[in-house]
Write a protein that binds this ligand. Structure first.
Ligand code: AMP
Length: 482
């Protein structure tokens, strides 16, 4: 078995690796590091989770160890599609270059430029950035790219998805043709192939596949939810969460709207949860991730895209609120736990609507997750009157709700904190509760008054006449749009 010491890395880098606790290189590291150390171009076809960040970071550190940077002329650049990924690359440099005198700067949108520009003025060895921000600075003459010796393009196919290819082409053209290029992409669509043909020089192609099976140290369970009602899964999820001892976990939903709904519902029931998806403000996403990494936030409710590429080590539980449309994504979701030899648990909520996608998952992973026998009380579903055309879990707007006949507000019954929470949200959680950000808060006094009033009105307007079900008469505190 190949060891890190066999790859041609120097003593300082090896010491830093040993301190991170890694003992054997991953496939992409084993193949890419020796090639990159020679100065050749690398075309790495690898996904997040394969260890590709270290595969380019480690040889860069070695190659940059000799030499000095000049003001405004970075010696290397790493281009990442998102700020979170750029941030992760920066963390990797911090970790692996701790015994070197290399300096790096992180240039990402949404955060103040002043400090980074000051760093650039002093001279940086590694500039980690998103393409737009780099070009922005270039246009302001704050950075020159003629001193770039190594250029890394990370997650190129994702750059394509995000429309960054013209920016990448432009950056390639601004750097010297003699540079070394380390280019990584999970897939090779034609546009990416064209880019590599145009800008890489005889690259060594290294391809590692993402495992098509789930890790052995992850125990997988499926919880059947025998109802189509969108609230049923939220009820099941809460019931499940209460049976578990959770340090931290990620709840995956297929749709951004469900990410919001589930996060709000969990919060309303006293769980420490927050959403992350592409429509949320960048600064908020970073804060949410940060508090999840620090352990201040217990449950991260995420969409696949937002979670793609995020390195969050040591997640104890993964919950598939829906079965992913692509079976491959299931493996990816589940792979968020059970990392680095730790054990993990993955749960899947399987409603009748998910059966088709589930078959594809079982086929791919070649095993049947254990069926979890959990006595879930779905009685709240039958108690609530059905509202025609409300099968969809699309969140209702405040306007919708306020204009709905009063009794119908209880369709959001599961949003009311009626159950005792397992793990209450910390009082000073650094991440604001999602409803505080995304909806206009109501004044508590007015809310109470409104609830009282609506109870009276229900008697008059109710289709149930005098036989109003008791739960409809309960005063309701509406916390947020569901
Ligand atoms: P990446 O694909 O670069 O995002 O890395 C995925 C995860 O694997 C990160 O948490 C790394 O810290 C971790 N990792 C990278 N290299 C190794 C290794 N050789 N052994 C164990 N874990 C690693």
């Amino acid at each position: 078995m190949t060891k890190f010491t066999d790859l041609g890395l120097g003593a300082e880098v090896l010491k830093a690796i040993a301190e991170t606790g890694y003992d054997t290189p991953t496939a992409i590291q084993e193949q890419a590091i020796p090639v990159a150390l020679t100065g050749l171009d690398v075309l790495g076809i690898a996904q997040t989770g394969t260890g590709k960040t270290a595969a380019f970071t480690l040889p860069m550190i070695e190659r940059l160890a000799a030499g000095r940077s000049k003001a405004r002329m970075p010696r290397s650049i790493v281009l990442a599609p998102t700020r979170e990924l750029a941030d992760q690359v920066a963390e990797a440099f911090e970790k692996y270059a701790k015994y070197h005198k290399l300096n790096w700067a992180l240039l990402i949108g949404g955060v103040s430029m002043a400090d980074q520009v000051a760093k650039l003025d002093k001279g940086v060895d590694v500039l980690i950035c998103t393409p737009g921000r780099l070009l922005d600075l270039f246009e302001r003459s704050k950075v020159l790219l003629t001193g770039v010796q190594i250029m890394v393009v990370d997650e190129a196919d994702r750059m394509l998805d995000m429309g960054f290819i013209p920016d990448i082409e432009r950056i390639f053209k601004l750097t010297p043709p003699t540079r070394q290029t380390l280019f990584f992409s999970a897939t090779m669509p034609p546009e990416i192939t064209r880019l590599t043909t145009q800008f890489l020089r005889n690259p060594v192609r290294i391809e590692v596949s993402r495992p098509a099976s789930t890790n052995e140290n992850i125990t997988q369970y499926v919880l059947r939810v025998p109802h189509k009602d969108p609230r049923a899964k939220r009820i099941a999820l809460r019931a499940l969460l209460k049976t578990l001892d959770i340090k931290n976990g990620i709840v995956f939903c297929n749709r951004k709207t469900d990410v919001d709904i589930v996060a709000k519902s969990l919060t309303a029931h006293g769980f420490n949860a927050a959403p992350i998806h592409g429509d949320l403000d960048q600064a908020l996403r970073m804060r949410t991730l940060d508090s999840f990494r620090k352990g201040d936030l217990t449950l991260l409710v995420a969409s696949d895209v937002a979670a793609r590429g995020l390195d969050i080590p040591d997640v104890g539980h993964v919950f598939n609120f829906d079965v992913s449309h692509h079976a491959d994504d299931y493996v990816h979701r589940v792979g968020r736990t059970g990392r680095a030899g730790r054990s993990g648990e993955a749960y899947l909520l399987l409603s009748p609507a998910d059966e088709k996608n589930y078959d594809k998952v079982v086929k791919l992973i070649k095993k049947d997750p254990a069926v979890l026998e959990l006595d879930v009380d779905y009685s709240a579903l039958s108690e609530s009157p059905r509202q025609p055309g409300r099968e969809s879990s699309k969140p209702r707007t405040r306007k919708d709700r306020d204009h709905a006949p009063k009794g119908k507000r209880d369709f959001e019954a599961d949003m009311q904190p009626i159950e005792k929470p397992v793990k209450p949200a910390k009082k000073e959680a650094p991440t604001p509760a999602p409803e505080a950000i995304e909806t206009r808060p109501e004044k508590p006094a007015r809310r109470e008054k409104k609830s009282e009033k609506s109870t009276d009105k229900q008697r008059v307007e109710s289709p149930f006449g005098d036989h109003m079900p008791a739960f409809l008469l309960r005063p309701v505190v509406i916390k947020a749009d569901s």
